[in-house]
Design a protein around this ligand. Structure first.
Ligand SMILES: C[S@@+](CC[C@H](N)C(=O)[O-])C[C@H]1O[C@@H](n2cnc3c(N)ncnc32)[C@H](O)[C@@H]1O
Ligand SMILES: [Zn+2]
Length: 406
């Protein structure tokens, strides 16, 4: 059992002896002390120290990406127990020689979390490779203006929205760095609270059949505009929507030309709620081209590419070699995502619209392909198919696939 604050300068509210009840767990190839209570199931407590065992896959993917992109420095900007940063320091670049592992910095403003993070650094023998820093995150990020001090990878994993940190995080990124961030305010990004989305991300998020993709693209668009303020461009390289959170990885390009180029990736997506047709456009739409009814567009959001194919295939391979099936399948699901428009169709909704019995995604994809269309499973939604067919053509394929079942 660990107690708090021995030998540490603590804030008054931290001075009470708090029993963190730490337990040793193994994630990937890394041993970690974590609060035992957080292993009980359900949503883990945020106080006194936060650790979410359900985010293992999220961290597996971080290790996969770091192993492929091989940053010399990695900043875990909201580190908690240090689970992510310690794993990247311990497992990233494994097998490529010791010197290839990144130098990791762990930052958090919760001294109790840092107490645990320090133990985790020590436990894994990473004393020389990991620095643990007590700071408010934006304060730390904004102090990284000297060129040589910038990081080659920055991870932002907050409670809720990453929006307050993105601009500072981008300025702390070296040229070519990978910025990754989590958003757990999925309801906001997925169209449940359009007003909050507007004030938080400067973008309208309207409910549609591909809300998680819309949320991810809203985050990417937000980062592109936040970077543009400081002549920084971004290129999304990987994204996923898992459990209750959305996660984005971007490559950061410095310079006005790169920032201008990133603006080309911005646009709007619209789903007509009358005829259910959908499209992407540079400007918001007022009426549906197919049925003429009024529509509302989501955006500005990122309508450009969301995955870098080499990084995706190598990261999936890394995950597969480690036996991380969920991480591998999430990453590999992105394989052809950029061959399709930035939206998808819901199979369930099409079945209920046409009052036909439900059928499988595979059967509908097969039907679309035999009609000459391209199609793939939507990687960001539980129920969805990406295709170059129109909604009407999609629905016909669903009806045909459903009849095949009889
Ligand atoms: C979701 S947890 C991080 C989890 C961790 N990345 C992991 O994978 O286990 C968010 C952390 O951010 C810290 N935090 C929240 N706001 C902060 C701020 N403004 N500055 C520094 N740390 C902050 C909290 O103390 C908490 O440890
Ligand atoms: Zn319409």
């Amino acid at each position: 059992m660990a107690t708090l604050c021995a030998g540490l300068k603590c804030l008054p509210w931290e001075q009470a002896r708090v029993d963190l009840g730490l337990k040793l767990v193994r994630e990937g190839d890394t041993d970690l002390y974590v609060p035992e209570k957080s292993l009980a199931g359900g949503a883990p407590d945020t106080y006194p120290v936060f650790y979410n065992p359900a985010a293992k896959t999220n961290r597996d993917i971080s290790v996969c990406v770091a192993s492929v992109t091989r940053p010399a420095t990695f900043l875990d900007a909201l580190a908690g127990t240090g689970a992510r940063g310690v794993r990247v320091g311990n497992e990233g670049n494994r097998g490529r020689g010791k010197g290839a592992a990144p130098q990791v910095t762990l930052v958090d403003f919760n001294r109790m979390s840092l107490q645990v993070a320090r133990r985790n650094v020590k436990l894994n023998g990473l004393g020389r490779r990991c620095t643990v820093t007590h700071s408010e995150t934006n304060r730390f990020l904004c102090s990284r203006f000297d060129r040589g001090e910038k990081f080659e990878a920055v991870d932002v994993d907050p409670f809720g929205s990453p929006a307050p940190y993105i601009q500072a995080a981008l300025t702390a990124c070296a040229p070519g760095a990978i910025l990754s961030f989590t958003a757990t305010d999925a309801a906001v990004l997925c169209g449940v609270y359009p007003l909050v989305s507007l004030r938080r991300y400067g973008a309208s998020s309207i409910r549609n059949e591909f809300v998680h993709e819309t949320g991810l693209r809203t985050l990417m668009g937000f980062a592109a505009r936040a970077g543009g303020v400081n002549d920084i461009g971004v290129e999304p390289v990987l994204a996923h929507s898992t459990l209750h959170y959305l996660r984005v990885y971007l490559r950061v390009r410095r310079g006005a030309t790169e920032a201008d180029r990133a603006m080309e990736g911005l646009g709007y997506v619209t789903q007509c709620n009358t005829c259910l047709e959908r499209w992407a456009s540079k400007l918001p739409s007022e009426r549906c081209d197919s049925c003429g009814r009024k529509v509302r567009s989501s955006g500005p959001l990122w309508t450009g590419k969301v995955a870098e194919s080499g990084l995706v295939s190598q990261s999936a391979k890394f995950g597969s070699e480690r036996g991380w099936k969920e991480a591998e399948s999430i990453i590999a699901s992105l394989g052809r995502v950029d061959d399709f428009p930035p939206f998808s169709y819901s199979l369930e909704r099409a079945c209920s619209l046409k009052k036909v019995s439900s059928t499988s995604v595979e059967k509908v994809i097969g039907e679309l392909q035999s009609n000459g269309f391209s199609a793939m499973r939507q990687p960001f939604e539980l129920d969805g198919i990406k295709t170059d067919a129109t909604h009407e053509e999609f629905v016909q394929a669903v009806v045909a696939a459903s009849r095949l079942l009889r």
